[in-house]
Design a binder for this molecule. Structure first.
Ligand code: ZN
Length: 274
């Protein structure tokens, strides 16, 4: 396969083949292939999120949960206002934002499902350490959802014809399975959603970049992001790497990149006044 043909299949050339399904990621303008309807994926995510709430122990640390919700609300708002003011369709219009703090000290992780369903595990709090650190991690996870990385990943699987489960998503079969299954544990459900699978390097880098922008627009000190990744590196020194590391590439390169972006983003994306 020559290079041109290769790009035709996987690069931005997807526009010529599948015109209606090729769009761009917000702000970065990276071309994306989207074959899976967002509404289906969001519905599936919402069903899994309900199961997570039933199966996991919710933390009674209301102070931290309120902190998470406040950060989330500010990000919801600033993201919406930013896109509106920039005359770009708001990618979060179909979102139904929700926030939980899961009581599990062993799990150093946080995620945001398609459609804005967010979870932070208490084990992650020693890494985030403070409100700005929490905002850094939430900004990154929210960026995955805003840039529709899960839709992109599932669509690529369709294009490569390797994931039979995607047909289930399209027909709603997977959703009914989730609704029927009561015995399945949370880890299994999250794996079904792909939440525990790493995104590719471009998507990770994009989530870092957009996450910094969203946190900055929301009024947080994004210089703390570097410290979060340093602490993550420190936490990684133990025997088992924390989940956040196993689903995310190594901190070394991203710290370097984040350092390069910081000042420009602080200047270019000041806190949104509403
Ligand atoms: Zn990520």
């Amino acid at each position: 396969m020559n290079r041109r043909k290769f790009l035709g299949y996987f690069g931005c050339g997807c526009c010529s083949l599948l015109l209606p399904s090729c769009t761009s990621a917000p702000i970065t303008q990276r071309k994306q292939l989207k074959l899976i309807p967002e509404s289906k994926l969001n519905a599936q995510a919402a069903a899994i999120y309900e199961r997570v709430k039933e199966n996991e122990k919710m933390s009674d640390d209301t102070k931290t949960l309120n902190d998470i919700k406040n950060i989330g609300k500010r990000m919801e708002n600033s993201i919406h206002v930013y896109f509106q003011r920039s005359n770009i369709p708001d990618p979060t219009l179909g979102f139904d934002w929700e926030y939980i703090l899961i009581d599990n000290e062993k799990v150093k992780n946080a995620w945001c499902m398609p459609g804005g369903k967010i979870a932070v595990y208490t084990g992650m709090l020693e890494v985030t350490n403070n409100t700005n650190g929490l905002a850094a991690v939430m900004g990154h996870e929210i960026a995955h959802a805003v840039a529709k990385h899960s839709i992109e990943r599932a669509s690529r699987n369709v294009a490569l014809n390797v994931a039979t489960q995607v047909t289930d998503i399209l027909t709603g079969g997977k959703l009914s399975t989730i609704n029927r299954t009561t015995g399945m544990n949370t880890v299994g459900l999250l794996a079904e959603m792909g939440i525990l699978n790493p995104f590719n390097r471009k998507q990770e880098s994009e989530a870092d970049y957009l996450g910094l922008i969203f946190a900055s627009l929301s009024g947080y000190d994004i210089r703390e992001t570097i410290k979060v990744w340093e602490r993550m590196k420190e936490a990684n020194k133990g025997k088992t790497p924390p989940e956040f590391i196993s689903t995310h590439p190594s901190p070394e390169n991203r710290i370097k990149k984040i350092n390069e972006w910081l000042n420009e983003i602080i200047i270019k994306y000041p806190p949104i006044q509403t």
